[in-house]
Write a protein that binds this ligand. Sequence first.
Ligand code: KET
Length: 479
Amino acid sequence: MVLSFLNCTSSQTRHRPLTHSSLSSIHSTGRPLISSAACILQPEDKEQKGGGDIAVRTVFFFLPLPTMASAQAMPISVWEKLTEAPEDAILGVTVAYNKDPNPVKLNLGVGAYRTDEGKPLVLEVVRQAEARLVADRSRYKEYLPIVGLAAFNKLSKELAFGADHPAVVANRITTVQGLSGTGSLRVGAEFMGQHYHTPIIYVPVPTWGNHNKIFPKAGLKVQSYRYYDPATRGLNFTGMMEDLKAAPDGAIILLHVCAHNPTGVDPLPEQWDAIRQLIRAKGQFPFFDSAYQGFASGDLDADAYALRSFAADGGELALAQSYAKNMGLYGERVGALSMVCATAAAAKLVEGQLKLVIRPMYSSPPLHGAAIVATVLSEEKLLHDWKAELKGMADRIIEMRHKLYDALLQRGTPGDWTHILKQIGMFTFTGLTKPQVDFMREKYHVYMTGDGRISMAGLSTATVPHLVNAIDDAVRNIA
Ligand code: KET
């Protein structure tokens, strides 16, 4: 056992391992040493040649020592050589925020809805659905099938595409339950990596950071297409079209269904139509990420425009759906992966292969969240109330946009802030620079992602003035 106490060393001596024999000469009982231990100090080698004596000093420490028999070697982990992992660019913001003791702190990092009192929200319809589920003694906790809860899958498909959508009616869509949006993307990516002929995916610049990590895990090469124009703080439609045109035929194209994260910038319907025609002409494969259906406009159907138009032209596509935001089920991890296929027969084959992906990954998905969603979506009254609550969340976010914009205007903060009003969904892509973001965190305890994205859903009437102070100071004094 190598017992080395730094406080035993001195400039003249170096510490030596405490061996069995030296230990027994100090303490021959063989019993654990509880509150003190001896440290053997030997003179440097050259002095030792001159016959230096062994010095024994007692140092105090407070951990019980193991018995003599086990005092062989300090444990050395096989993981010692690992490098320290960085925190996640989005979820790490919450980690830093939680450590900050300052009471004025404000978390605008993660996209999670807060009430105007700054509190997380469990939707009333979710509470009602849960109460019913708990009260129902006929319910069990049996494993779900590999593809998840059948009612949930059917209703999720209908929510995304519309119950009377031709692809739904023709059974051309296979839907499997997933572990929220991320898990659904991951399973879809794995399937594409295994079975699709062109394993290259194009993602917008910028995009949700995790896209760049999920797809390579499935063996897909990630490339990018222009999307956001910092000059106009809007869509770079020309750049996007040029890049899609230049991308290989057959490449996979990642598209955000609505409320693009992090920019809050969506194509207009006519732009979507042009994008769709180009993607179809090039035989490319659209892979949609739908994490904010209902959050953009407050209307579930309006927000599904892009997705439904792609599904209506007879072509194939993939869709990863999340209920984290629109039903507030973040931690329940509820989502779905849908594969729209050209034929019902192909959809069946795809489902079989998806099962082969899922079974060795996590076997089958969790029951509770899916049962909540299925309950809400299957009952007219709950569905109606959910839509009202969803609209309420979307409206509060829009109200925050106006409050922030008006307050910046009133303050005379330099710059054009109209993009706060124009951008859509949970986030504003402020245009604040990394040094400004760091400054606001240091001085004002305002937390956001390094790219200057703020979650409007984390803002409230009471915290707008604090954010305006921070932005105003940052814009005036930090480059
Ligand atoms: N897609 C997009 C575009 C997205 O913004 C998120 C989450 C997800 C998928 C995945 O969500 P899930 O919880 O797996 O259903 N975005 C927020 C949270 C996060 O980064 O995990 C965010 O951007 O803050």
